[in-house]
Design a protein around this ligand. Structure first.
Ligand code: GLN
Length: 228
């Protein structure tokens, strides 16, 4: 597969330039996301300041520590530019702390999230005793076997609005979801060799590269209800 599109992509996607995807690089496992994007033929750019969002086709918020990421977002004046980026309709993908940052709010409160997907996140949801675990999780939108999901002090989706599609559950809790152009997983696909979640995200990025205006309108209409 090359970054210029796969045989399975619609004809309009073949032949366009490789997607340029930003990875928020304030804290956390941003390097692993960038490596996986490059492996899949996309270009990756570490994002630490607002101008580095310019020209991106998609954005990933990595795992890490959401309290720290939230503080750094403000210190680097990135909060509003990231919100505007997402509201432009371009795809955004958050893993673990990235899920928390994209959520409308958290059960625990006290964290200013970005309010870009209509879910309430529960932090450290699997209990502080068991800080990490691995499990096979069926992800609805992926072909092939279950994803071997790595959870590290992971959140889950405690509740969600009607516009949110559930993509995966583990032990009865939502661990992957999407709403319009925003995709979240409680687990860390970037820490495994399974590239399918990132391929799914890149397919969405390419689709918006081909038809940007349509996704923007849909996104703005539906996002009005999400609390920030
Ligand atoms: N527990 C972390 C938080 O609350 C998330 C952990 C992770 O991203 N692996 O932000």
């Amino acid at each position: 597969m090359t970054g210029n599109g796969r045989q399975s992509d619609p004809p309009a996607v073949r032949g366009i330039r490789p997607p340029l995807v930003g990875v928020l690089a304030l804290q956390g496992d941003f390097r692993e996301h960038a490596d996986m994007l490059r492996l899949l033929g996309a270009e990756a750019r570490e994002v630490r300041k607002p101008s580095e969002l310019d020209g991106l086709d998609g954005l990933i918020l990595p795992g890490g520590e959401s309290t720290t990421i939230a503080k750094l977002l403000d210190a680097y004046a990135l909060r509003q530019p990231i919100r505007e980026f997402a509201l432009s309709g371009r795809p955004v993908f958050g893993t673990c702390a990235g899920l928390i940052m994209l959520s409308a709010t958290t059960v625990e409160g006290g964290l200013e999230t970005l309010g870009l997907i209509d879910v309430v996140a529960r932090r450290n949801a699997f209990g502080r005793q068991v800080h990490s675990c691995e499990a096979d999780v069926e992800v609805d939108v992926l072909d092939g076997p279950a994803v071997h999901a790595v959870f590290i002090r992971a959140p889950w989706v405690e509740s969600r609005g009607p516009g949110v599609a559930v993509l995966a559950e583990y032990e009865g809790h939502v661990v992957a979801a999407e709403q319009d152009n925003v995709l979240v997983t409680a687990f860390h696909p970037e820490l495994t060799s399974d590239t399918r979640m990132h391929e799914y995200f890149l397919a969405r990025v390419r689709a918006v590269m081909v038809a940007p205006s349509q996704s923007k309108d849909e996104c703005l209409q539906r996002r009005e209800g999400v609390v920030s």
